[in-house]
Write a protein that binds this ligand. Sequence first.
Ligand SMILES: [Zn+2]
Ligand SMILES: [Zn+2]
Length: 366
Amino acid sequence: MMSITTKYDLCSNCYDRLFKIKKNLVSARNIIRLSLSNPNGICYICKNIFKNLECYVDKIFEVAKYYEFSTFSIGLIIKPSMIDRDDDIRSKFKLIGTYGLKYNLNREISKLFSRKIKSKADISPDLVITLDFRKNVLLTRSKTIYIYGKYVKKSRSIQQKQIVCITCNGTGCKLCNYTGISESNSIGGKIIKLLHNNFISTAIKINYVGGEDKSSLVLGNGRPFFAKIINPKIRNTALPKLDDKKMKIHDLHIIKHMPSKIAFKSKVKIKILTEKIIHCDDLNILSSLKSIKFYGVDNNENVKIIHSLDWKLLTNTTFYILMIVDGGFPIKKFINDNSITPNLSYLIQNTCKCINYDYYEITMML
Ligand SMILES: [Zn+2]
Ligand SMILES: [Zn+2]
């Protein structure tokens, strides 16, 4: 057997972790000195890090107190030199079946923190706290909250999407007050502001179930959307509502995760102006229209179904169409764009222009 002449001081934590197993204890007897016998000794592996655990737990508490959470997990980044020394001892003494230093340290810190705040460590926690011993910093990250909701757009002068903050490109920074957007005068901006005020998050991302023109109204129950609330400080809050002259945000609730693909149908009313005088009979051809076809950017053929279609003549050059179509139906292009087969102008042999179009109902098909 290899003889080891160097003596190592190990703290009781490191000693117990490595030599608790009988076989290990036999191989190490007379070689490792417990620092119990030498209270001023410094542990070769951890440099007495276990003596300072209360202090680390206090630091964690100082950052965690700003978050609302019922479960947590702690992550550690420890100095490579510490891991090297741990490995060194383990290989020198041919130790088997022992826990690593990081595992042990994490378990002890988690235990103390859990006792202090009376909440539990969990594998899918509300709050993740990373203690970085290399850089001597603490990082916190709370679990993302997903929200489903709807908006009604009552104004022809607000747009759906918000301009992202140019400083952080939407990730959230001090300049945009951690909203990721430059102002809050759009639908998206108002949703973000409303949610940010409730959840105090780092950034919010919204996925809309379809979109509309700035001049379009979205009536009925409104358009559904999904919001991803990143790093929220507040978790348990009454979900907000907004109802003003221009818009309404309502029907919000928390969901488990964002759906990856959303199919939907839209009921839309399009007001159309024709170049030449139009008669009621000219529009009869529309009753045979069941779908349209067009090519996407990747040259894939897209077919969108028209589930129902009605029309009404308003004057001798204006009429409206009320139809239920598949989500993603290119409404403005359908009026007069040659990339759509067939388009309305071609069908009725009269050049048409879209005055405006409004949504009456958007139905998700989950
Ligand atoms: Zn130690
Ligand atoms: Zn920003």
